[in-house]
Design a protein around this ligand. Sequence first.
Ligand SMILES: *[C@@H]1O[C@H](CO)[C@@H](O)[C@H](O)[C@H]1NC(C)=O
Ligand SMILES: *[C@@H]1O[C@H](CO)[C@@H](O)[C@H](O)[C@H]1NC(C)=O
Ligand SMILES: *[C@@H]1O[C@H](CO)[C@@H](O)[C@H](O)[C@H]1NC(C)=O
Ligand SMILES: *[C@@H]1O[C@H](CO)[C@@H](O)[C@H](O)[C@H]1NC(C)=O
Ligand SMILES: *[C@@H]1O[C@H](CO)[C@@H](O)[C@H](O)[C@H]1NC(C)=O
Length: 404
Amino acid sequence: MACISFAFKALCFCLFFIVVASRSTVRPKVFNVQRHGAKPDGKTDNANAFTSIWSRACKRISGSSKIYVPKGTFYLGGVEFVGLCKNPIEFIIDGTLLAPANPSDIKQDTWINFRYINNLSISGSGTLDGQGKQSWPHNDCHTNPNCPKLAMTMGFAFVNNSNIKDITSLNSKMGHFNFFSVHHFNITGVTITAPGDSPNTDGIKMGSCSNIQISDTNIGTGDDCIAILSGTTNLNISNVNCGPGHGISVGSLGKNKDEKDAKDLIVRDVIFNGTSDGIRIKTWESSASKILVSNFVYENIQMIDVGKPINIDQKYCPHPPCEHERKGESHVQIQNLKLKNIYGTSKNKVAMNLQCSKIFPCKNVELIDINIKQNGVKDGSSTSVCENVDGFARGKMFPQHCLN
Ligand SMILES: *[C@@H]1O[C@H](CO)[C@@H](O)[C@H](O)[C@H]1NC(C)=O
Ligand SMILES: *[C@@H]1O[C@H](CO)[C@@H](O)[C@H](O)[C@H]1NC(C)=O
Ligand SMILES: *[C@@H]1O[C@H](CO)[C@@H](O)[C@H](O)[C@H]1NC(C)=O
Ligand SMILES: *[C@@H]1O[C@H](CO)[C@@H](O)[C@H](O)[C@H]1NC(C)=O
Ligand SMILES: *[C@@H]1O[C@H](CO)[C@@H](O)[C@H](O)[C@H]1NC(C)=O
């Protein structure tokens, strides 16, 4: 009996060690930034502390790492987190990362920049505070082509299999989140906030990206809520609230050489509230590249007092004099565009603007159940504009469509 009991105890003891030993290899190593030299006093620049923690986490070969930013205000100058890393990295931000208020104190084009990384996951209840207020008055980019570059809040370039969850981005100097050449990335539960009149504060901007999901996200800002640029494919956007802002914009496209097609976009269950535009595709009237915009679906979209709810603009030219020059027609071909169950109110009389290229007319535009009334007029009567569009309509149509 004693023998059995001893054997049992020994077995338990062994099992205990096996469990502990295997857990220690599975569990990520935690780098609490505050225990590794970062100071939450809102004044000390923690850039060096953060980059050295990153480089230790990134180099670890024995397992994944968790970088933890606890509650508190961590002032942070411009930082670059560069891979490739040996293992996945979790970045948990529960505190506030505070950017320098003076824009010239960030000497790179993105305040917090991630490059060449796989399997990165950023989450937490914390805030990226871009402190943009002081730099907005210096933004004269609408009139000055050589305007000083202000930093974007957070950037991802050449990043794969990664995600951002739950964090808040507040008052960026320029755009909040920028994605370039990012593949397989999820953005969910994120909050993006800047005043409606803050210049160029795009919410999420992406070019040359693929297999991206943006869901359950609230964006209110002074420029595009989401801007989709050249070469972006397989992007799904769902349960997003946009407003204030300039809507979900594809483009502007076609201006530069070597642009790539934009295709396979699904926008579903989105509310535009008080935005200047809602569904928007803009291509330059004179273009250097001949590309395709295809397979776009917009479904279940609510418009609340939106300036231009549906706006395809292939004569995009925001800054004169090109408006008068009329150098040519856009070479961007738009095709296979489906708009289904789009409803609500428009600020202007024209609720649906489909102005396509004369030399590359829009092909296969499908309109199903559109119901957008002009806000503040008795019968809500709104209108649509069509130029060079080929397609068909079914279901409820208000305004009356103008497809031929
Ligand atoms: C990233 O995760 C994928 C699959 O989840 C795995 O195949 C790959 O090895 C991981 N890469 C790194 C750098 O850990
Ligand atoms: C990410 O994926 C792309 C396309 O699959 C690949 O070309 C690129 O090398 C990957 N980047 C990294 C950092 O692994
Ligand atoms: C993105 O979310 C989907 C589920 O919606 C999941 O299958 C996929 O693994 C996620 N990808 C990343 C990189 O987190
Ligand atoms: C987007 O949704 C479509 C249709 O539901 C699906 O086939 C595709 O895989 C999704 N893409 C991503 C990146 O989630
Ligand atoms: C739209 O925005 C207004 C003004 O900010 C707000 O009061 C209202 O609750 C919003 N509506 C919805 C449905 O989000």
